[in-house]
Each structure stands twice: as structure tokens, then as C-alpha cells.
Design a protein around this ligand. Structure first.
Ligand SMILES: C[S@@+](CC[C@H](N)C(=O)[O-])C[C@H]1O[C@@H](n2cnc3c(N)ncnc32)[C@H](O)[C@@H]1O
Length: 188
């Protein structure tokens, strides 16, 4: 299993938005969902994606998407606009769930069973890091991880880097999936 946690500073916590961008950059959440879970013609059943939404009106909300149970989806933004609106208004979609858990509580729970890796340009080079079998990767949104969240996450994990170039969060996830695929880690 591999997991990705996106800290979304502004992601809207109800369904009151016209488009994903204006919903507190939920377009970044969409991009990260696609990079985490989608293969060409398939879904990664060994991946769980999390976004902690910290935008108005009632933060935090923990969005969880489990590849194993995800159904009736495509990759386009229109599909995910509908799915996110649906779950944020209290309705269901297979493999997608919402709960009131915040970033700290989620990390604490994950750290009991998994190694935590905090993605940051200044961290330890991933090429020199032994990634464990069931890794949990933490990423910031377009602004980056808030200092307080980073300090908290580093109580449980280590900083790793994909190099000095600042990538989009979704690009980081694509790179991580690629690196782990090459190592054939967490394929189940
Ligand atoms: C768009 S970047 C934000 C960049 C922003 N300059 C910052 O202060 O972090 C979003 C997230 O991607 C991750 N990231 C981007 N480039 C990275 C790199 N080269 N190595 C590791 N993580 C990276 C970090 O988790 C970052 O918070």
C-alpha cells in the first residue's frame, strides 16, 4: 500500500462552489487524485489518497479516496467536480469518503503503522533514501505546507526531496509513483 496526504489550506468544506479552482483550489486536489490513483486504463488499487481540506466554512475535513473501492470514474475535471460536490453535500460515491479528522490526528493515526515522508525541496535526496514498504507521503498545496503542519509532521517522519526544482504537488506524486513502480514496492 502507498498513501499520499495533501494539505489543502483553502479547500472548500461544503459544496458551495462554481468550479474547482474557485472552491479553494480544489483543482489541485483533482490533479493530485489523478496522479495518485490513475494508470492508463486502470486504477491503482494499492493507493489511498487523502486531502485535508482547511477552507471555509467548517474545516477541517478529511477526504479519503481508496483505489481498491473507487468506481464509476473518469479522469476529467467535470467528473471530479461532480464527485466532490456530491460528497461535500453529504452524498456517497464508491471509494470516496469524508470525515471530520484534521491533519494532526490523521498523521498520528498513520504513523502508528507506516513510515511518514514529508516532501520538501530541502529534504534528503530520495535517491539516497530507503523508502519503506507501506509509505505515507505528505505534500503541501500551491503555497506549500504551513510551517506548523510541517513541524508537526516531522515529529513522525522525515523530509525527503525530489531535487531543488519546485514541482507541482501532482507532479511530485507522479514522480513518487514512478520511483516506487521501478522499485516494485507496494504493488499490492
Ligand atoms: C507547488 S509545491 C509548493 C512549492 C512552494 N514553493 C513551497 O513553499 O513549498 C507543492 C508541494 O510539492 C512538494 N514539492 C514540490 N517540489 C518538490 C521537490 N523538488 N522535492 C520535494 N517536494 C516537492 C512540497 O510538498 C510542496 O509543498
Amino acid at each position: 500500500m502507498r498513501e499520499f496526504i495533501l494539505y489543502s489550506r483553502l479547500g472548500r468544506t461544503n459544496s458551495n462552489f462554481e468550479n474547482l479552482h474557485d472552491g479553494g483550489r480544489l483543482d489541485i486536489v483533482h490533479e493530485c487524485i489523478i496522479s495518485s490513483l490513475f494508470l492508463s486504463h486502470g486504477i491503482r488499487k494499492n493507493v489511498v489518497f487523502h486531502a485535508v481540506l482547511n477552507g471555509p466554512p467548517s474545516p477541517p475535513l478529511h477526504l479519503e479516496i481508496e483505489g481498491e473501492y473507487l468506481r464509476d470514474v473518469r479522469t476529467d475535471i467535470h467528473t471530479w467536480h461532480k464527485i466532490l460536490k456530491r460528497v461535500l453535500s453529504g452524498r456517497n460515491h464508491p471509494g470516496v469518503s469524508l470525515c471530520k479528522t484534521g491533519f494532526e490526528a490523521l498523521l498520528r493515526a498513520k504513523a502508528e503503522k507506516s513510515e511518514i515522508y514529508v516532501l520538501e525541496e530541502g529534504g534528503k535526496d530520495i535517491a539516497e533514501t530507503e523508502i519503506s514498504a507501506n509509505p505515507v507521503f505528505v505534500l503541501g498545496d500551491h503555497v506549500g505546507l504551513p510551517r506548523k503542519a510541517e513541524i508537526f509532521a516531522l515529529r513522525y517522519g522525515m523530509k525527503i526531496s525530489l531535487g531543488r526544482i519546485p514541482y507541482l504537488a501532482a507532479s511530485c506524486i507522479t514522480i513518487l509513483n514512478y520511483v516506487l513502480d521501478l522499485q516494485s514496492k507496494t504493488t499490492k
